[in-house]
Write a protein that binds this ligand. Structure first.
Ligand code: NDP
Length: 433
């Protein structure tokens, strides 16, 4: 704690994993002796850098860039870049730490890392975003490589930003090294299904949880917070699986649409026009917009928090429980506070932590890397089938591990223990590094 003073979210993420590990350490004295847990909690490398850029009026801005290369035990560092004013070292470290275990759960050969900047792309012109991305990559490129560190998108970093970042990498290095970044455009090394992967994956994971108790999405009311990449494709897959998403949101408020969110309108408003969610209610007669307020007040059977960390607290969890919610599946990273998780447990709500339920994005990034390495391009159907298989396998692995370690049904413990064991065994095998 003293070494990482003030890094609240990082402390929260580490504590949540450590809470699950007593049962593992009781069976593995070697991890205690070699301080494997302590080593896994300390990033292998942290890079913090200045990002100067000029806006359209010629004014100079200085932002801060980060890349935390957390663990290369299982493969090259892999994890997204986040551009949001709230980004600081503590946030990047919490995300990197989570990423290590998430990537292990996918069963793919990828280590964990995360990065980003406190730059806010909201309201910025394309030219400003491009100049920022070019300046950011002018430092970051020296730390990247298809066998070293492979970033992707996250909050505030979508196809546009990945394009500018890759363009600058290519220009500086004179290498069209497709495997150096994922989430690329389809015409220049991107993979089908990567855009949809995290939202689809969370829906597949929820479906697997329901199937385990003989249920399905059929007839279920679902709320999905956010209206970004994860949320939009979560809505799409939930509807395909038979559920009805009745509410989604952004940081200004939420919309409720009892007819079910109209995906075409949502995509037009959020992906094409980059407008606020209130615009959805302006266009759809069955919808209403609630400014501020909590989306978790909307009664639902399944809640899929897909916006940001700590967006669902103990009070919101109590409201969900009172309204009869039965499943909470994290599309975002650590969206539920520890209090909220406690409430879910007490209320008997089935809960899937983000490191398991939102792993579909990074798993499909690893599929993109496979396609880049083999100069191949898979069909949408083939890639989606692989994604579904991976998500169902993660669910099975978390469930079986929870059972094996004496807590049947506890997917938090299952995910933490299964992810930790995979990483810890590799770290141990590599000697004192
Ligand atoms: P986007 O930037 O595409 O969308 C984020 C959404 O969340 C927006 O609707 C945004 O609203 C809302 N949001 C962001 N910050 C806040 C906040 N402080 N309060 C309320 N709403 C907020 O990001 P993604 O959809 O890619 O990411 C969402 C979450 O999923 C993050 O936790 C991310 O780490 C996680 N994730 C993403 C993956 C991916 O493949 N994209 C993979 C795995 C996890 P507004 O526009 O108003 O800010």
């Amino acid at each position: 704690l003293r070494r990482n003073r003030g890094e609240t979210e990082f402390h929260q993420a580490v504590r949540e994993v450590l809470d699950s590990l007593a049962v593992v350490l009781a069976r593995h004295a070697e991890f205690l002796e070699m301080k494997t847990v302590e080593r896994i909690c300390e990033p292998e490398r942290q890079v913090v850098f200045r990002v100067p850029w000029q806006d359209d009026r010629g004014e100079v801005h200085i932002n801060r860039g980060f890349r935390v290369e957390f663990s290369s035990a299982l493969g090259p560092y892999k994890g997204g870049l986040r551009f949001h004013p709230s980004v600081d070292l503590g946030i990047v470290k919490f995300l990197g730490f989570e990423q290590v275990f998430k990537n292990a759960l996918t069963g793919m050969p990828i280590g964990g890392g995360k990065g980003g900047s406190d730059f806010d792309p909201k309201g910025r012109s394309d030219a400003e975003v491009m100049r920022f991305c070019q300046s950011f990559m002018t430092e970051l490129y020296r730390h990247l490589g298809e066998y070293t560190d492979v970033p992707a998108g996250d909050i505030g970093v979508g196809a546009r930003e990945i394009g500018y970042l890759f363009g600058q990498y290519k220009r500086i290095t004179n290498r069209h090294e497709s495997g150096v970044i994922t989430g690329k455009g389809l015409g220049w090394g991107g993979a089908l299904v990567r855009t949809e992967a995290t939202g689809y994956g969370a829906a597949f994971f929820a479906d697997a949880m329901m199937a385990a108790v003989g249920e399905s999405f059929d007839g279920k009311r679902v709320t999905i917070s956010g209206s970004g990449n994860v949320a939009v494709y979560g809505v799409e897959k939930v509807h395909q699986l038979g559920g009805t998403v009745v509410a989604c949101s952004d940081s200004s408020g939420h919309v409720v649409d009892e007819e079910g969110i109209d995906l075409d309108v949502l995509k037009q408003v959020k992906e094409v026009e980059r407008a606020r969610i209130a615009e959805y209610a302006e266009r759809v007669p069955s919808a209403s917009f609630v400014e501020g307020g909590s989306i978790w007040d909307v009664p639902c059977d399944v809640a899929v928090p897909s916006a940001t960390q700590n967006e669902l607290d103990g009070d919101a969890a109590a409201v969900l429980a009172r309204n009869g919610c039965r499943y909470v599946v994290e599309g975002a990273n650590m969206p539920s506070t520890p209090d909220a998780v406690r409430v879910f447990r007490e209320a008997g709500i089935a809960f899937a932590p983000g490191k398991a339920a939102n792993a579909g994005g990074v798993a499909t990034s690893a599929l993109e890397m496979q396609q880049n390495a083999s100069r191949d391009r898979w069909t949408f159907e083939h890639t989606e089938a692989r994604l579904e298989e991976i998500m169902r396998a993660i669910h099975a692995r978390c469930s079986e591990t929870a059972e094996e370690y004496g807590s049947p049904g506890d997917l938090v413990l299952g995910a933490n223990v299964a992810g930790f064991l995979e990483v810890a065994e590799a770290v141990h095998a590599h000697g004192l590094v």
